[in-house]
Design a protein around this ligand. Structure first.
Ligand SMILES: *Cc1c(COP(=O)(O)O)cnc(C)c1O
Length: 414
């Protein structure tokens, strides 16, 4: 891995990571993270951080969050032994079933958590931005549940591409605002959501959907998503009688992966494997693998690894999976990569679609195309490590991907 121009004391940072020292008081994960935002946003972020410290670990808030997870989200999600994949791959394969969480993926854990926090902080409305639409749907659902108005900014190009999710958000009571400026996709939508937040930082809460953005968001999202790894760790001990040899997850911005990995970071016997979108190849614009091909820089208010040209222009990205098609990655992943605690690899479009088909046939489960990247990586690990015990984070279900699957896997077969 190339982290140009950064001096990284790998040993020292690893020791700090194992002590749970990140983020530090400035919201940094070693050299990554922090806050790179206009002056106007600093007071809002300070208030959010203070409010978060007051409420996040307060017993009343925890009880409310856990009650919503249990009775509305459907947690704990099961841990399933994948019998046929285990037989085929010559390994012991376990699936952490976030596809069975309400709205069909892990994103709801974060949306309901932040929406509850927003309410505690006295916010009167919630704004969010969405690219593929999944985060918008989860946030619209959480806001409906808590009786809070919800505005979702979405690029007009994305609205066309993701029409069913726009309909879902509207049914759930959200106002979906088309963004026609800039690239008319996620980046323009982020700008609009930020503008909205800055205009009323007391009454409005900005709900970010992945472990990205300025401090304290990456930490906040990790805390809400860690329920995945906490449950999976206890379930592995209970059902498999041991921790896994490896835990595997797909990485877009990195929220499901950090949620699965974080409770295992100190278990040095558990390898951690993150799969980025390898797309169609290593060339410029052919993938969305920010750790493999990115360089350090600032995106969305935080210093991390991103796909940019030498002048700092964000590059076009490609992935068959809309949820992984993002030019950056959360700062904690950049740190975990640079100290070697997590290994990151790419899984290509075709390989991931094949893994999706195999999971359908072998296990009777249709995973999201995002999640299928983790299956592709897990299969490779099984081939290289026969007999190993593998935990896969199945981040979401694939029903939303039928239009893409009809154009690819099912082409000529219908
Ligand atoms: C959004 C999404 C992802 C990617 O987001 P992360 O923040 O990297 O987890 C992965 N899987 C599913 C099912 C998603 O909806």
């Amino acid at each position: 891995m190339r982290i140009e121009g950064l001096k990284i004391d790998r040993e020292a940072l690893l020791a700090q990571a194992l002590r749970g020292a990140f983020p530090d008081a400035r919201g940094r994960y070693g050299p990554f993270g922090g806050r790179y935002v206009p002056e106007t946003l600093v007071p809002a972020l300070d208030r959010l951080e203070a409010g978060m410290r007051a409420h996040l670990h307060e017993p009343g808030f925890r009880a409310e969050f856990e009650s919503e997870l249990r009775t509305w989200v459907g947690r704990p999600t099961p841990l399933t032994l994948a019998r046929e994949l285990s037989r085929r791959w010559g390994a012991e394969v376990w699936l952490k079933r976030e596809d069975l969480a309400h709205t069909g993926a892990h994103k709801i854990n974060n949306s309901i958590g932040q929406a509850l926090l927003a309410k505690r902080l006295g916010a009167k409305r919630i704004v969010a931005e969405t690219g593929a639409g999944q985060h918008g749907v989860a946030t619209a659902a959480a806001c409906a549940r808590l009786g809070m108005p919800c505005v979702v900014y979405m690029g007009s190009v994305d609205m066309e591409r993701q029409a069913p999710n726009v309909g879902r958000m509207k049914l759930l009571g959200a106002e979906v605002v088309p963004v026609t400026s800039g690239d008319q996709t996620l980046r323009a939508a982020i700008d609009e959501a930020l503008r909205d937040w800055v205009s009323d930082p007391d009454g409005t809460y900005y709900l970010i959907g992945s472990a990205i953005g300025p401090h304290p968001y990456p930490y906040l999202v990790r805390e809400f998503q860690s329920v995945i790894g906490l449950e999976a760790r206890a379930q592995m001990l209970g059902q498999a009688g041991a921790l896994p040899d490896v835990a595997v997850a797909c990485v877009g911005g990195g929220s499901n992966a950090i949620g699965l990995f974080h409770p295992f970071v100190k278990d040095l016997g558990v390898k951690l494997l993150g799969l980025e979108a390898g797309g169609t190849g290593a060339g410029l614009g052919e993938n969305a693998a920010s750790i493999a091909y990115g360089t350090p820089g600032v995106l969305q208010g935080c210093y991390s690894l991103l796909l940019q040209d030498p002048h700092g222009q964000i590059q076009e990205t490609h992935s068959v999976s809309a949820g992984l098609d993002y030019p950056g990655v959360g700062p904690e992943h950049a740190l975990l990569a640079s100290i070697g605690r997590v290994t990151y690899e790419g899984a290509g479009d075709d390989e991931s679609l094949e893994a999706l088909a195999e999971c359908c046939q072998a296990e009777g489960i249709l995973p999201a195309i995002e999640s299928a990247h983790a299956f592709a990586g897990a299969k490779r690990f099984a081939r290289a490590n026969p007999g190993s015990r593998i935990l896969i984070g199945l981040s979401g279900r694939g029903d939303k991907d039928m239009p893409t699957l009809q154009r690819t896997l099912l082409k000529g077969r219908l």
